[in-house]
Design a protein around this ligand. Structure first.
Ligand code: PRX
Length: 659
């Protein structure tokens, strides 16, 4: 969003009276009081919340250990178990018969699982994993579809202190193998197939392919959830069916009590260099923030039916499907399929059917459903009863004011606040977001930091910038759910997130932001590094470039993002082939081949939307690719910038034309 739009966005939506009356944080005074409490006694603020919200097997005595900053530790001498906090605690509260998960399959079948049942399933699977020798600190890779079993697998790892690393089911065999190797997994959990939009996709054979790529000798077992009974390869010496593994296991399982900073999970995400980073999260601090944000941002109540549409392969699925809602004893919806199957009314149909009260999705989904509803009145949200909804959320990318207004009117019936939650894989949970019972909303702004989150906007030297001036988004104090390390690469962790230029202790988010002059509200202006956000999925440009140049036809490639009405950003690749520049039909053919190649190297989400071929790329005399010029070309705009350092200006004309 440009500065101009930020200034002219003057619509303000005050919180509805019923929210103000009943919300956990009621009114701006309550919000300000919590912020003041955190500012007055930072450690005391967090310690009190951690004691109130978590079950500690052994209480912590030290709240924050900064002795090895930026390797911060929170509550670390305390012992707890995340799965115990999500399940056993709820049984003790008498919620055993409450539905924990309403699972809706791609084809429409619904399964309801109570807290008692979920607890039993998790314990059985945890016992099964233990019987295979999986123990505290072992890494388990989970490559599964959206399913009750996926949640069970994650919770079961947590129960026995194994660290899970979930890999999104859309990643290719190669991406999966890279993650298995980097994390040093000893076991993989997968399914025979996943079902999305009526199509069966082979997960197990991708796992086999990944393991055959090499360096995966540590993986001794593959546990397979039978989702479809389809034709999946099965190696009895290594593979086990999940249902057979759990069949005779006890429905109780003594949890492994772990220190609060024990790694609960490692989740890979894209950075500005080629290799994805294994973001390592803690147990205690992470779960505390998952719970607090459920309470503060989503104002979760016992009667809510909460639906987060993310996949468990992303951080949103970790925090707002597997951990946060369960730790709060919530009833949640888990959906296997896609928003457009059997038609683009699927989300609205499911909200109506399950009487969802809180709905949390990504702007990309909203934008594509706006288009669909415009094109087909039969699936317009006004054909469904959405009156059960009381709160809406948005996550993963900026939501443009038009999409915000459509969401507000057509889904929320102008009565549901929208929480536009800004956060990242690294932050573990929401950072900057409205509170539904306190914050007046402005479309397109994620408004204000949550209490205890010391977000600020600074320049390259770390100096604070005044409101109204765009700069670099940072967080000045550590917070409990922050990333603890990059798995196996502490140096990269320090360099990426706590650079010396900013003093070595300030968290660098990687986004630009600006605060409104009058309200102080934050608006995220986009990544300041080479990371793209396509449909809310984070992609490193270098990752895609490496995939492209690995193709035997390609000599050089440069990838940039260009604005896209539906996906937010789209991937545009400029490619130089080893042979002469193709044109016409041939160019189309090679572009198709390269797109499929990228899908195979990384996954379909990384496919460039557009590929342009050139004899060369625009470079400086020292040979550096001038990406800023490529960004302008990708947008289809005229170059008005200084090109005096460009060695080969003629190339711009050639690259102007899309193929
Ligand atoms: O650029 C920001 C954008 O998504 C990035 C984080 O991506 P990821 O780690 O995949 O986590 C996504 C789910 C939390 C951020 O650096 N982003 C996320 N939420 C918002 C956003 N941009 C604008 N507004 C948001 N609400």
């Amino acid at each position: 969003m440009s500065d101009f739009e930020i200034k002219t966005e003057s619509r303000i939506f005050p919180p509805p009276a019923d929210f103000v009356a009943n919300a956990a944080i009621s009114g701006m005074d309550a919000y300000n009081a919590l912020c003041a409490e955190a500012a007055d006694d930072y450690e005391g603020f967090w310690a009190k919340l951690a004691r109130e919200h978590l079950h500690w097997h052994k209480p912590f005595t030290k709240t924050l250990d900064e002795s090895e900053a930026p390797l911060y530790k929170w509550f670390d001498d305390g012992l707890l178990n995340v799965s115990y906090n999500c399940l056993d605690v709820n049984l003790q509260k008498g919620l055993g018969d409450k539905v924990a998960v309403i699972f809706e399959a791609d084809g429409g079948d619904v399964i309801k699982v109570t807290y008692t049942e979920l607890h039993a399933k998790v314990c059985q699977f945890a016992n099964g994993l233990r019987s295979l020798g999986v123990k505290k600190g072992d890494r388990v890779v989970i490559y599964m579809p959206m399913s009750v079993e996926g949640v069970v697998a994650m919770q079961a790892c947590a129960r026995i202190g194994a660290t899970h690393s979930v890999v999104f089911g859309g990643f290719s065999a190669k991406s999966l193998q890279e993650r298995i190797v980097d994390v040093g997994a000893t076991l993989v959990i997968t399914a025979d197939e996943q079902v999305r939009g009526g199509k069966h996709l082979p997960l197990k054979s991708i796992v086999d392919e990944a393991l055959a790529l090499g360096d995966c000798e540590k993986v001794s077992k593959v546990v397979v959830y039978k989702r479809t009974g389809g034709n999946a390869p099965f190696n009895p010496a290594r593979d086990l069916w999940m249902h057979e593994l759990v069949a005779n296991q006890a429905t109780e399982c003594e949890p492994e009590w772990v220190n609060a900073d024990h790694p609960l999970f490692i989740l890979y995400t894209s950075g500005s260099t080629g290799k994805p980073k294994g973001v390592q999260h803690s147990s205690g601090g992470y779960l505390l923030w998952a719970m607090l944000t459920m309470k503060w941002t989503f104002d979760i109540k016992p009667s809510d039916v909460f639906w987060c549409t993310a996949d468990i392969g992303w951080v949103t699925g970790h925090t707002y499907i597997t951990y946060g809602p369960l730790a709060m004893g919530t009833t949640e919806i888990v959906f296997e399929g896609i928003p457009t199957y059997p038609n683009a009314g699927r989300f609205w149909d499911m909200i109506q059917k399950h009487k969802a009260t809180i709905f949390y999705t990504a702007p990309t989904a909203i934008r594509s459903l706006i288009k669909a509803a415009d094109g087909d009145a039969a699936i317009h949200p006004n054909k469904y009863d959405l009156t059960s909804l009381r709160l809406l959320g948005s996550v993963g990318e900026p939501i443009n004011p038009e999409a915000w207004m459509w969401y507000y009117r057509n889904i929320g019936g102008e009565k549901c606040p929208i929480v536009d939650t800004f956060w990242q894989t690294e932050t573990g949970g929401h950072m900057i977001t409205p509170l539904p019972g306190a914050t007046p909303l402005v479309p397109g702004s994620c408004t204000l930091p949550l209490p205890g989150i010391m977000a600020a906007i600074v320049d390259e030297t770390g100096a604070d910038l005044p409101n109204g001036q765009g700069g670099i988004l940072v967080v000045k104090r550590p917070w409990p759910s922050m990333i603890r390390n990059i798995w196996g690469d502490t140096e990269r962790f320090k360099k990426s997130y706590f650079p010396e230029e900013l003093g070595g202790k300030t968290y660098l988010a990687g986004d630009g932001a600006i605060r409104n002059k009058d309200t102080g509200y934050f608006t995220i202006t986009g990544r300041i590094d080479d990371v793209l956000n396509v449909s809310g999925h984070r992609m490193g440009t270098m990752e895609i470039e490496s995939a492209l140049v690995a193709n035997p036809l390609v000599a050089e490639a440069a990838v940039v993002g260009k604005p896209d009405d539906t996906t937010g950003e789209a991937i545009c690749a400029f490619v130089v082939l080893k042979r002469s520049r193709p044109t016409g039909e041939e160019a189309k053919q090679i572009a198709l081949e390269l797109r499929n190649w990228v899908a195979k190297e990384i996954g379909p989400i990384a496919k460039p939307k557009e590929i342009r071929f050139g004899d060369n790329l625009p470079k400086t005399r020292s040979g550096k690719i001038m990406r800023r010029l490529l960004r302008v070309l990708a947008k289809g705009e005229e170059i008005t910038q200084d090109i005096s350092t460009l060695e080969n200006p003629a190339i711009l004309e050639q690259l102007k034309q899309a193929q």
